[in-house]
Design a protein around this ligand. Structure first.
Ligand code: 26Y
Length: 822
């Protein structure tokens, strides 16, 4: 147990009020006479920020002084959500603030609600990075995150006439959680040429010059750990024009416009997060973002290392760099470049260092998500890096040739350069070759990468280079903050909140599974959370839903492989069944609310069609008096982290129904289970391990297995294809214009009936509908249902991101926690 370093700027509600009011009146220069909820949020945030800064400075001094190995988590996405509630919890003064705010005449929930989400990410990968930062700090690991400070995060989604409309997310108007470090600036070079020089002993040096320079400015965000003084740093880079004399002259000589244009071009680099998730588009600006961020981060890491005056061979003992997917793979040739071109190491020594420093986490096997960059584009933007990549490849292929002299055809398969036209750089191969460990994010996925995309590499390097670290989520945000009453109920039985630091302690609540009072309270909490969501639905969509109905939720990015289409076709099937029922039969049905949410990438037409269909189906069903409460269909607009915090505690069933073998892990499945929701899912990603932990009686699994997917796809294309009859009936309903003009949905339907049904919607449809019926039946037995739900919560201990980070620390990073200086 760590003692806290406590130069508290406030410790009582009165002191908190004093600090908050001081910030409102002085820092914000606002009069208390018109102090609204936003000003109060701002004052509260600043009061807590003061507290964080002290811990943050101590942590950084202590880390520098101790100088033990640190980990750097490189991620192009950090989907942080709101910070205030988390800061209050982690610092441990939420009750003080609650009292103080009450005295000032505010409710803490309304104040917390004023904060804009920090939405610098698309979905699972970005949220995982955010959970990892929370766990790293909570477990006292010396760790930094490195990312980009996008001026615009993921777009805001509006639904207008049933269509998704994207609105820019300008989130920096007031952001008390970042500190601009105008003194920490790194020059980043693009374009230009490489020349080679030979010195007297025949050693060649490469010099990369010309081109253009853009500056990277550091913005630091404090990351507090839970109940510890450790406060780590997330460093985000913003791009800025290099303000040299050149611009000044331009400006003076009256070329205002072109001088401003230069500036704008530079600032474009960190302007906006690419809104694609699991779909690579190969845009030049994205490659620029990647290099800009990798180069700035590596410069920073190397500068910090050099201050210690250690020998270069010590670098991998002091520095671990984790690559969150292939997006930061340029860090590999960049470190090699620094070591050979700038620090004068020879190739082999440098490569020895580089390949011991990096670890690479793969998050997908989908071919369309694997990054490839065209060689001509690379040559133009990063000529020196392309040369280095060619040299890395040459050494690698020579090694492979020596090891497998009889398998020359392997060389083409494993080459970093794909011999297409144009040639392409395969970033995942570069990441594997340049890292000492490669991990997948759930057991099935880690097995799959070894047998599919990285099969040859397993033979080349041996199986030990490849490992699994099953994803996890932070219980602080996803249990305690999102569901305070459930957290409190658990704490009342376990004698405190230790389970928030060691989630495996949850197993002890299984002893209460038959305890009448516990069960009652557990059910009441779920009901209250559903009432809260029902209110939100009413406010945002105008539709009234019955909180006693079964809430069936699917919220995640809209993607064909995640199969929201299977869900909505299932809803139509249910609707048709209800319409055909007698009044007697209808009485036996469990009322249901089908809730969808999620963003489609702006250019992903099929995903947008799915959103449109869901909204059209909702419009028809919700207005059908015949159906009433038996079925409602809701599309929640602008799904994001703070909405997830309302939705996850309010589900009875959530859907994790990807085609087997396509969802690397999934993490929302964990969030729903941890909050006492049951799940319907395929044997995919982490669903499999969730089943193993909670028991197969407590989960509704259906559908074909990953091992059968290839054969099924093949048979669709070359065998006789037969559409599932119930699905055919659904398609007939759509085609009869029941949900508006059917031509709007023809691509969706044709993808299944005419173009091979790549995602196996028809193959899994009967099994899906059958399983939904089992769910109806199970829900009618509320006693059994609550037993399943409590058992599920009790057995979710494994899925804490704390467990996950401890595994990375031991197996990949080889780092130890650092006790905070008290
Ligand atoms: C190449 C680029 C366009 C790109 C951008 C974002 C590619 C992929 C992504 C995002 C991927 C992502 O979010 N993957 C998810 O990572 C989660 C955390 O590991 C997994 O739980 C989830 O299954 C996976 O889809």
């Amino acid at each position: 147990a760590w003692k806290k370093f406590t130069p508290k700027p406030f410790s009582t509600p009165e002191e908190f009020e004093r600090e908050t009011v001081r910030h409102i009146e002085t820092t914000l220069a606002r009069s208390l006479y018109n102090c609204d909820e936003f000003a109060t949020y701002a004052g509260t945030a600043l009061a807590f920020r003061d507290r964080l800064i002290l811990d943050w400075n101590r942590t950084q001094q202590n880390q520098t002084f101790t100088d033990q190995k640190r980990v750097y988590y490189l991620s192009l996405e950090f989907l942080m959500g709101r910070a205030l509630d988390n800061a209050m919890l982690n610092v441990g003064m939420k009750d003080v603030a609650t009292k103080g705010l009450t005295e000032l005449g505010f409710r803490i929930e309304d104040i917390v609600d004023q904060e804009h989400d920090a939405a610098l990410g698309n979905g699972g990968l970005g949220r995982l990075a955010a959970c990892f930062l929370d766990s790293l700090a909570s477990l006292n690991y010396p760790a930094w995150g490195y990312g980009l400070r996008y001026r615009y995060g993921i777009f805001k989604q509006e639904i207008i006439d049933g269509y998704q409309v994207e609105v820019p997310d300008y989130w920096l108007d007031f952001n008390p959680w970042e500190f601009a470090r105008h003194d920490i600036i790194v020059d980043i070079q693009f374009y230009g040429n490489v020349s080679k020089y030979q010195d007297d002993d025949g050693k060649t040096t490469s010099v990369w010059d010309g081109g253009e320079i853009v500056q990277a400015v550091a913005y630091d965000v404090p990351i507090p750990g839970y109940q510890t003084a450790t406060t780590n740093n997330l460093r985000l880079w913003a791009s800025k024009a290099a303000s040299g004399e050149f611009d000044f002259q331009k400006f003076n000589s009256g070329e205002y416009e072109s001088s401003v244009a230069d500036q704008q071009r530079a600032e474009t680099i960190s302007a906006v997060l690419y809104p694609n998730d699991n779909l690579d588009r190969g845009k030049e600006l994205r490659l620029k973002q990647q290099y800009f961020w990798c180069a700035a981060s590596l410069f920073d890491i190397v500068r910090r290392f050099k201050k210690t005056k250690r020998a270069w061979k010590d670098f991998p003992n002091q520095v671990a760099i984790q690559l969150n997917d292939t997006h930061p793979t340029l860090a590999i040739p960049e470190l090699q470049r620094i070591l050979i071109d700038q620090e004068g190491l020879d190739w082999d020594e440098a490569w020895g260092i580089v390949s011991k420093t990096f670890g690479y986490t793969n998050h997908t096997v989908l071919p369309e998500a694997l990054e490839k960059w065209s060689v001509p584009l690379f040559q133009h933007l990063l000529p020196r890096h392309l040369q280095i990549i060619y040299d890395i490849n040459l050494n690698f292929l020579q090694y492979v040739e020596r090891r497998f002299p009889k398998e020359r055809e392997m060389l083409g398969r494993v080459s970093i350069i794909e011999e297409s036209s144009p040639k392409m750089v395969r970033m995942a191969y570069l990441a594997v070759i340049g890292s000492h460990k490669v991990n997948g994010v759930a057991e099935l996925h880690s097995d799959l990468i070894k047998t599919t995309i990285f099969k040859d590499f397993v033979r080349i390097y041996g199986p030990d280079k490849f490992t699994n670290v099953t994803n996890g989520i932070t219980p602080r945000r996803w249990l305690h903050q999102a569901n305070p009453r459930l957290s409190e109920l658990i704490a009342s039985k376990l004698g405190g909140y230790d389970f928030l630091k060691d989630l495996t302690l949850l197993h002890k609540i299984e002893a209460y599974v038959d305890d009448k009072d516990f069960r009652k309270e557990f059910r009441e909490i779920k009901y209250a959370n559903k009432v809260r969501l029902a209110k939100h639905i009413k406010q945002t969509t105008g539709v009234t839903v019955n909180p006693a109905a079964l809430f069936d939720v699917q919220v995640k990015r809209i993607h064909e492989y995640k199969r929201q289409q299977l869900n909505i076709f299932g809803v139509i099937h249910r609707y048709l069944a209800i319409k055909a029922m007698s009044a007697e039969e209808r009485k036996k049905l469990a009322p249901r609310v089908s809730i969808f949410g999620g963003k489609a990438a702006p250019g992903y037409w099929m995903a947008k069609t799915v959103i449109h269909l869901i909204n059209q189906v909702g419009k028809v069903i919700n207005a059908d008096k015949d159906v009433g409460d038996l079925l409602k269909v809701i599309f929640l607009e602008d799904y994001n982290v703070s909405k997830a915090e309302i939705i996850a505690p309010a589900s009875d069933i959530s859907e994790h129904i990807s085609t087997a073998g396509t969802e690397a892990s999934g993490t929302s499945n964990m969030k729903f289970c941890l909050n006492g929701g049951l799940i319907i899912g395929t044997c995919d990603g982490a669903n499999i391990e969730i089943t193993r932990e909670i028991g197969e009686n407590n989960i509704f699994l259906f559908g074909n297995l990953a091992e059968d997917v290839d054969d099924l796809r093949h048979s669709h294309l070359y065998g006789t294809y037969s559409l599932d009859p119930s699905l055919a009936a659904v398609f007939e309903a759509i085609q009869s214009n029941l949900f508006g003009d059917a031509t709007a949905f023809s691509a969706l339907v044709n993808g299944i009936v005419a173009h091979g049904d790549y995602y196996l919607v028809s193959d899994d449809f009967a099994s899906y509908c059958k399983t939904q019926e089992l769910i109806d039946e199970a829900y009618r037995n509320q006693e059994e249902w609550v037993t399943k739900a409590i058992t599920t919560v009790a057995r979710m201990g494994f899925f804490s991101s704390d467990r996950c980070i401890d595994e990375y620390a031991e197996v990949i990073w080889n780092i130890e926690p650092l006790a905070p200086k008290v």
